[in-house]
Design a protein around this ligand. Structure first.
Ligand SMILES: N=c1c2ncn([C@@H]3O[C@H](COP(=O)(O)OP(=O)(O)OP(=O)(O)O)[C@@H](O)[C@H]3O)c2ncn1[C@@H]1O[C@H](COP(=O)(O)O)[C@@H](O)[C@H]1O
Length: 112
C-alpha cells in the first residue's frame, strides 16, 4: 500500500478521542466526536460532489476537480474505515483478493 495512505491512516487513528484527539484543534477528531451520522453525511456529500465534478468535467474538458473530489472521498472513506476499526490495507487486500476475477464471472457465480 502507498506509504502516504498508511501515514494518513496513522494520523487519523491518532485523532480518535481515546488516543488524545482534540475536536477543537483537529477536523478528524471533530468528525469522530460527532459520530457515525456526521461521517456518513460527509461520505454522501463527497460522493455526490464527485459525481457532479465528473459531469462538469465532461462538459468543460477540465478533469482537475474530479481529482480533488476523489481525494475528499478517499479521505473521508479512510475516516469511516477507522471509525469501524478497519484499515486501508484491508481494502487493498480485498482488491488484491479480487485481482484477476472478472466482474462478469463473479456476478454469474453469485446468480447460481
Ligand atoms: N486529507 C485531509 C483532508 N481532506 C479534506 N479535509 C477536510 O475535509 C473537509 C471537506 O469538507 P468540505 O469540502 O465539504 O468543506 P467544508 O464545507 O469546510 O466542510 P464541513 O464544515 O461541511 O465539514 C474540509 O474541512 C477539508 O479541510 C481534510 N482534512 C484532513 N486531511 C488529512 O487529515 C490529517 C489530519 O487532519 P486534522 O485532524 O484536521 O489535523 C491532515 O494532516 C491531512 O493529512
Amino acid at each position: 500500500m502507498s506509504t502516504t495512505l498508511a501515514r494518513i491512516a496513522q494520523v487519523i487513528e491518532s485523532r480518535k478521542l481515546e488516543n488524545g484527539g482534540d475536536p477543537a484543534k483537529s477536523y478528524v477528531a471533530k468528525l469522530f466526536s460527532k459520530g457515525d451520522d456526521a461521517i456518513l453525511k460527509k461520505i454522501g456529500e463527497e460522493a455526490t460532489e464527485t459525481v457532479m465534478a465528473a459531469k462538469d468535467a465532461r462538459a468543460s474538458g477540465d478533469a482537475s476537480k474530479v481529482l480533488y473530489e476523489c481525494a475528499d472521498l478517499w479521505f473521508h472513506s479512510m475516516v469511516l474505515l477507522a471509525q469501524f476499526g478497519l484499515t486501508p490495507q484491508q481494502v487493498v487486500d480485498e482488491l488484491a483478493r479480487r485481482e484477476g476475477v472478472s466482474g462478469i464471472e463473479e456476478k454469474a457465480s453469485r446468480a447460481e
